[in-house]
Design a binder for this molecule. Structure first.
Ligand code: GLU
Length: 309
């Protein structure tokens, strides 16, 4: 991306304008009731270069929950607390054509760490004397990656999701019954849902992605936050499994390793160049932000960010 800042800004503004054709398309999910209480047409976008340049647009003050994007945090910590060999003996590394909270692809183990069953599995591997300490580690990791001052759990989202978590509860109990972990499934699920409820603004999300784009080094601090071997695993899993059952087509169309969440956020990582984050709550039937996906496709083309061409 050998462009000057003015040109990048101009191209992003035009791309955002062109993505307006997606406004009004898609629905917000109803299975977490609190997610219905948002303005469906909220919109924010941010690009952070590994150089530290930050380009922010739209409702940059809005705080939204990470949802499935927190699966990146649980994977990083589980890989740090165990080993890749152990982790992948308990969870697969392949994409799945089933929806993110399906029980079907579990089999002997979850298909990958970026569907619910996989992230509940990785949550069970996080070390700490109790859930409070484990959650503090997840929150601490997000805080150091995002450098977002306001990092905290959104209590409203957490309470709403935990009260309606029947499907995830079934998944957690099923995993325990298969011997994937031996802790109390309710405790493991509680940690997973707390992680999903972490709030961020758009810049915090892009900063988190930028650490992954920057080989695990903090954008402002220039200190190592995530070891490079873990970055390599996480970013490749984002490429293969980050966009639910749409991951293959998305990678072909957009060409940026990405992870989405049902709050309508997507974070993308272009190694050694930049990260992109978008927030637009209306989702398609695979659970991905409609405008977010559309915008990433345009920006990937216009800024030459597709990692394959
Ligand atoms: N907390 C959500 C769930 O477990 C996350 C799903 C998602 O963002 O894909 O259903």
């Amino acid at each position: 991306m050998l462009l000057n800042k003015e040109l990048i800004d101009e191209k992003i503004r035009i791309a955002i304008e062109n993505s307006k054709k997606y406004i009004g398309k898609g629905e917000v999910p109803s299975y977490i009731p609190e997610l219905l209480n948002v303005d469906r047409d909220n919109f924010a976008f941010c690009l952070v270069g590994t150089t530290g340049d930050i380009f922010t647009y739209g409702d940059d003050e809005i705080v939204f929950s990470l949802q499935s994007i927190s699966k990146i945090l649980t994977l990083i910590l589980a890989l740090s607390d165990t080993t890749p060999a152990y982790l992948y003996s308990k969870v697969g590394s392949e994409p799945t054509s089933y929806e993110f909270n399906s029980l079907i692809p579990i089999g002997d183990k979850a298909a990958n760490p970026f569907i619910n069953a996989g992230a509940i599995t990785t949550s069970s591997m996080i070390l700490g004397s109790d859930n409070e300490e484990k959650f503090d580690r997840i929150l601490g990791l997000f805080r150091s990656m995002s450098e977002f001052e306001g990092t905290k759990m959104d209590e409203g989202i957490y309470t709403s999701e935990i009260a309606t978590a029947d499907r995830n509860k079934a998944i957690a109990y099923y995993l325990k019954s298969k011997g994937i972990f031996d802790q109390n499934p309710d405790e493991v699920l509680d940690l997973y849902i707390k992680a999903c409820s972490i709030g961020t603004n758009i810049e915090g999300l892009a900063m988190m992605g930028a650490v992954l784009a920057n080989k695990g080094i903090g954008i402002k601090t220039r200190e190592m936050i995530v070891p490079e071997n873990i970055v390599q695993i996480v970013v490749s899993q984002m490429a293969s499994c980050g966009m639910y059952e749409n991951s293959g087509a998305y990678l072909m169309n957009v060409g940026i390793p990405s992870k989405s969440g049902v709050s309508g956020a997507i974070v993308g990582v272009v190694p050694e160049v930049c990260s992109l984050a978008v927030y637009s709550p209306r989702l398609d039937k695979t659970g991905n932000s409609v405008r977010g996906k559309g915008l990433f496709k345009i920006i990937s083309q216009d800024l030459g960010l597709n990692i394959f061409v």
